[in-house]
Structures are given as C-alpha cells and as structure tokens.
Design a protein around this ligand. Structure first.
Ligand code: TPP
Length: 325
C-alpha cells in the first residue's frame, strides 16, 4: 500500500485481517527505511504497529481521544493520520515532530515528550467530557516503563476513585529505555505468566468446592484458604483492588485477540485496563535483540546496510522473530 496516500484512518474499519497484516508489514518496512536516514525512535514504534492499527480501527479519532504517553511511539499513528509523506523531514527543523503535536494534526490531542502524563490527561479529558455532557471514548496508551513514574501512579489513584469511563492500554514490552526493573515490573511479570497457571487455578477452584462447609477448625482453615486463593483466582488483582477492571494479558501482535479485548473494554463501564504484551523492535532483529538504548536507529542501520537490501526483509524478520517470543 502507498502509505503517503493515507488521509485518515477511516479505511481501516472495513479492512480484512489479512489486509491489516499486509499493511503492518508495509508500515514496518517504511519505518525501517525512513528512520535509517533521519534517525528516530525505531524500536518503540515497531512494537506498536498492530496495536495502533487496531486502536484506529475501533475508535473514531479525533472524536475519541488517543493519548500517547511519552509520544515517542506515535509514528504509526502519524502514518495513519495522513503524515507519511512528511517522514523525510522527521525530527528536523520545521519538519515532522518526533512526538504528538497539536499544530500538526487534529488527531494529536496531547503534546508529550515528558513521560507518565497520559493517565492524568485522560482523567482530565474524561471529567471535561462528562461535565459538558459529551460522549466519546478516552484512551491512554502507556508503556510499562512510563507506568512506574510518580505522575502515573497519582493518576491511577484518582482514576480508581472517580470511576469515570476511560480505557488504559498498558503496552508492556518489559522495557523502559533499558530493561525495566522494580516491584511494579515484577508484579506485571506475574500477570504476564498468569495464563500458564490457568489450569492450576481451575484445579484449586475444583478443590475449594469439595471442602465441606461444617464448623470447627477445618472450616476456619478452609475459609482462610479460600481468601488466600481469591488472589490467585482473580487476574490483575492489583488494578482491580484500585477500582480499575483488568483485561488480559493479550498478545499485542495478534489482530483477532487485540480486537476482541479492546472491543470488550469499549463496552465496559468505568475505568478499564487492557494489558497488552508487545515486543519492542518487533520485525527488525537488531532492534529486537538489543537490550539497552534502542532509541535512535540511523547509525545502527547505516553501519549495516545489508540489512536493508532485501526488500522483503521486514516480513521475513517478522516470521522468524515470532518464534523467539
Ligand atoms: C519525565 C521523563 N523522564 C524520563 C524520560 C525518558 N524516557 C523516554 S522513553 C522512557 C520510557 C519508555 O518506556 P515505556 O514507557 O515502557 O515505553 P516503550 O519505549 O517501552 O514503548 C523514558 C523513561 C522522559 N521522557 N520523561
């Protein structure tokens, strides 16, 4: 597809999944080629190709608000909102900004660069929407790195308390600028692997139902066990206890799963978080493999032009890399 011919994201609504897959491939190739000349945030954008396509398919930007945290991962959003033709001047004087910019597009509703602000922005926009009696979805897209910032945690505190309708997309690639660390990161790690324990949870539930409800010490112990296991049985208890419904984890490179989860989030009342697992650098092996400082691409790609010489490279790399996930 000629990406420069895209004027707005409307066309995505009628695309088949296969067409969206082909478009994802075209976008990855475009990003790698353009950023090899200008530099720019390659890996974060390669990781959100499918996610951005799905968000623009299911929401009606700019009536629905897409708020990108940090904003360094908004290149795919820029392509889908009619700015592909400006990528030769990315991050240059009077050229296309590397971050969302309101003067550039009505689809850029929040100017960023500073991390961890998207959740407060979403909360403010949700309050304004309700005060004015308007409708429209408010969607914040925040990385697991930015989620550890103080402002994001203040916003979670506020969001869980107010219970406004808003959607948080947690783009969890286990990376900040370097590999993420800390207690929140460890908690997300437990959620990521929760699927593996599904069977264990089912077994525990079965056993719980077998415990007879009679008096005495056995019953008391059983009750305590039930309380303890509740934490195993409810996914995303951290967010749920804050008052935010948790959905996921979902494979952020699988269109069907993404569409199903985001559609469910749209129908949910109150604040909801969709835990999306993505791979930073997806589709370009050097960007997938490096474990630190993968921000700008120019020098790395220039130092190995052979990586760009095969025109089908992004597709090939996507196929190979999915085996390493
Ligand atoms: C207040 C502030 N501190 C630090 C940074 C530097 N910074 C840029 S991106 C980033 C984290 C990115 O990690 P994540 O949010 O997980 O997004 P990803 O790049 O993995 O998609 C940080 C800390 C910043 N932009 N703003």
């Amino acid at each position: 597809m000629d990406l420069a011919s895209i004027k707005n994201p409307e066309f995505l609504k009628t695309m088949s999944i296969d067409e969206m897959k082909a478009l994802a491939s075209d976008i990855r190739r475009f990003l790698i080629e353009k950023l090899s000349v200008t530099g720019g945030h390659l890996a974060p954008n390669l990781g959100v190709v499918e996610l951005t396509l799905v968000l623009h398919r299911l929401f009606d930007s700019p009536k629905d608000k897409l708020i990108w945290d940090v904003g360094h991962q908004s290149y795919v959003h820029k392509i889908l909102t009619g700015r592909a033709g400006q990528f030769d001047r990315l991050r240059q004087y009077k050229g296309l900004s590397g971050f969302p910019k309101r003067s550039e597009s009505e689809h850029d509703v929040w100017e960023t660069g500073h991390s961890s602000t998207s959740l407060s922005a979403a909360m403010g926009m949700a309050i304004a929407r309700d005060l004015k009696g308007e409708d429209g979805d408010i969607v914040a897209i925040i990385g697991d790195g930015a989620l550890t910032g103080g402002m994001a945690l203040e916003a979670l505190n506020h969001i869980g308390h107010e219970k406004k309708d808003l959607i948080i997309i947690l783009n969890d690639n286990k990376m900040s600028i370097a590999p993420n660390v800390g207690a929140l990161h460890n908690m997300l790690g437990r959620l990521r692997t929760a699927g593996k324990y599904q069977r264990v949870k089912e077994d525990i539930e079965y056993l719980m139902k077998k415990i007879p409800a009679f008096g005495g010490r056995i019953a008391a112990t059983a009750e305590r066990l039930k309380d303890a296991f509740k934490y195993l049985l409810v996914s995303g208890i951290f967010f749920e206890e804050l008052g935010i419904k948790y959905l996921g984890p979902v494979d952020g490179h699988n269109f069907e799963d993404l569409i199903a989860h985001v559609n469910y989030a749209k129908k949910t009342k109150g604040p909801v978080l969709v835990h999306v697992l993505t791979q930073k650098g997806k589709g370009y092996r050097p960007a997938e493999a490096t474990t630190s400082e993968r921000g700008t691409a120019r020098d790395r790609i220039k130092s190995n032009p052979a990586r760009l010489s095969n025109p089908s490279m992004p597709r090939l790399l996507t196929a190979k890399s999915s085996a390493t996930r």
